[in-house]
Design a protein around this ligand. Sequence first.
Ligand code: ZN
Length: 295
Amino acid sequence: MKSEAIIAAIDAGGTSFKCALVRGDGELVSTWRIPTTTPQETLEACAAGFRRECHTNNLELTALGIASFGPVDIDPASPTYGTITGTAKPGWHGAQIGPTLAEALQIPFYLDTDVNAALAAELRWGAAQGFSNAAYMTVGTGIGVGLCLNDALIGRPTHPEFGHIRIARHDEDRAFQGTCALHGDCLEGLASARAFEARWGNPTRVPRDHAAWNIEAFYLAQACTNLYLMTRLDRIVIGGGLLQADHLYAKIVDQFDHLMGEYLPMNGAGLVTAPELGEHAGVLGGAVTALKALS
Ligand code: ZN
């Protein structure tokens, strides 16, 4: 009997590392969370957790799959594969997340960005299941997009920087400078959660009938039309903190249909959707990253 893969999966975030034992069919055996402190302390706690859970469940690990915050080297051919390459989080520049854990657990590691990994998980088990062409857009502090065309993640060995495209201004939003440190009013500078808060405050306190939501939807719908017109993809899964305001989906769909007109047969309701994997998308994304490499 062929033994089933058991993946040590990690959703590596700036606040916490969510860990899980995941079977090859996506079943979560157990999940737990470790606060993100120093690299050494955090990674040692991760390795100890995996040893403990394997012992408790009488399982043996096949591989490590990591969905990581960035900037991170995701090129398997690079000598710094699996290493944090930027200084966004104090103390983490140069942290060898993948190599350190692989050494500690004596198994191979596979690592991708959190957005690419979430897209891979939604394609295999979630809202984009059955499609070969899909994107995952996360709208949080920044805007990140993972794009898969003809079953291949685009931009390898890096990833798209679609958050920084230029978009048209809303008529009622002419004065705002935008929050992107590099471009001012790019998509991220106008439509990220940070940009939203800069104009209208905490989104959880902005009423549903406030004009802010129409302006936000106008920008995200432009992102969707640009993605669709360029690639003719089948699904755009939109997640991230700002989309906890779930009334935003219907507004994005309306604006998408308005911007597209009758030009092509796709409508927004058939294209734009919420993620299906919820809070587990990150660890499942890590698991899929490993499973794809192992298959
Ligand atoms: Zn930008």
